[in-house]
Ligand binder design. Structure first.
Ligand code: NAP
Length: 332
């Protein structure tokens, strides 16, 4: 029986309904059943982890719990013929880190159909610079292009542009040759966004129309929205005839108050993005794009590396919208 001990960032609920975070010792026997035991090298911090770590029961129903919806590491043991000890793998999405012990622990045990082999062209560390947020950004670009939005035909807006999803989306779109407009609440991050490839930067206020007009001046060929609420509503009302808007997040608000006119008068498409349950074939295809044509030259600019001990403070920063780019957690 595998009794290996390891460290895991753990969230506990007190009798008073408070949520306490600390690093605990666990053993592999504490992990849920699964085909593949992975020794985690790196994880990454995503908005969902910050919610799980602060007691959001919509994300995690039961505590104590180890969050971490992303993990990249090496197979330690496998009951499944597709995986062998020593294989480098990525596990992200499904129930990892939500209701199953996640990547903020030095080991995870998961079903084989959650596991993707690390594609050639990416290191384990690089795969976590993308992580779920980067994967979602890539999925959003993929969706825009699948719906016919092409480089060179007009501006594409990215909202929440300095965030994990937003920053990777700006960089991938720029790499594909799109004219990217970045909407950000951080005026001091203009240089960062320009270095990722944004052609123009607008403030959150400029991205948000407070009038109750059903339609606004047509501005965008496509939009990758990561924040929801009034900024998403404004984007839908400002998208050009036949344009496409992807929606993946709700950091501003989950609400959408608007009329149907952008859809029935301008033929706008609102495309939902869900990375967690994305089917394994699309998942592999998107990872191949990330490791190939969409591999970014600016990965070093996007990443902040932290240890398990530094997670707590970074979770607080994320909940306040204060992080920039991607945060990779080193589990070594
Ligand atoms: N559907 C999926 O599969 C999926 C996958 C991954 C993430 N998500 C969701 O996507 C969203 C973004 O995730 P992330 O990892 O990029 O998070 P993040 O790194 O925290 O970035 C979010 C960004 O949104 C902006 N922002 C924060 N608070 C805001 C507010 N009140 N109003 C307007 N903008 C605000 C900030 O960027 P600026 O300062 O530059 O404006 C912030 O950096 C989250 O809701 C997350 O849950 C969904």
């Amino acid at each position: 029986m595998n009794n290996t001990a390891f460290e895991a960032f753990t969230v506990e609920e007190t009798a008073e309904g408070k949520f306490l975070r600390s690093i605990k010792k666990k053993t592999v026997q504490d992990l849920p059943e699964g085909d593949v035991l992975v020794k985690v090298s790196y994880s990454s911090l995503n908005y969902k982890d910050a919610l799980s770590a602060s007691g959001n029961k919509g994300v995690t129903r039961r505590y104590p719990h180890t969050p971490g919806i992303d993990a990249a590491g090496v197979v330690d043991y496998s009951d499944h013929s597709d995986f062998h000890p020593g294989d480098k793998v990525i596990v992200s999405g499904y129930d990892l880190g939500m209701n199953k012990s996640g990547g903020f622990g030095q080991f995870i045990r998961v079903p084989a159909d959650w596991v993707v082999k690390l594609p050639d062209g990416l290191t384990l560390h690089e795969s976590m610079i993308y992580g779920t947020a980067g994967f979602t950004a890539a999925q959003s670009v993929y969706k825009l292009m699948e719906h016919g939005v092409k480089p060179g035909s007009g501006e594409v807006l990215v909202t929440g542009a300095t965030g994990g999803v937003g920053s990777v989306a700006v960089a991938i779109l720029a790499k594909e040759g799109f004219d990217v407009v970045a909407a950000s609440g951080k005026a001091e991050q203009k240089e960062f966004l320009t270095s990722l490839g944004a052609k123009r930067i607008i403030s959150r206020e400029q991205a948000m129309d407070e009038s109750s007009k059903a339609l606004l001046k047509e501005r965008w060929n496509g939009v990758i929205d990561t924040v929801g609420g009034g900024i998403l509503t404004t984007a839908l009302k400002s998208t050009k005839y036949g344009g496409v808007v992807t929606c993946c997040g709700n950091v501003a608000s989950p609400q959408l108050y608007m009329t149907v006119y952008p859809f029935i008068l301008r033929g706008i498409t609102l495309a939902g993005i869900d990375s967690a349950n994305c089917n394994i074939e699309t998942r592999k295809e998107v990872w191949q794009k990330i490791a190939g044509p969409w591999k970014l030259d600016c990965l070093d600019q996007l990443v902040t590396d932290i240890t398990l001990a530094e997670l707590d403070s970074h979770i607080e920063k994320m909940l306040h919208g204060d992080l920039k780019g991607r945060t990779v957690v080193n589990l070594h």
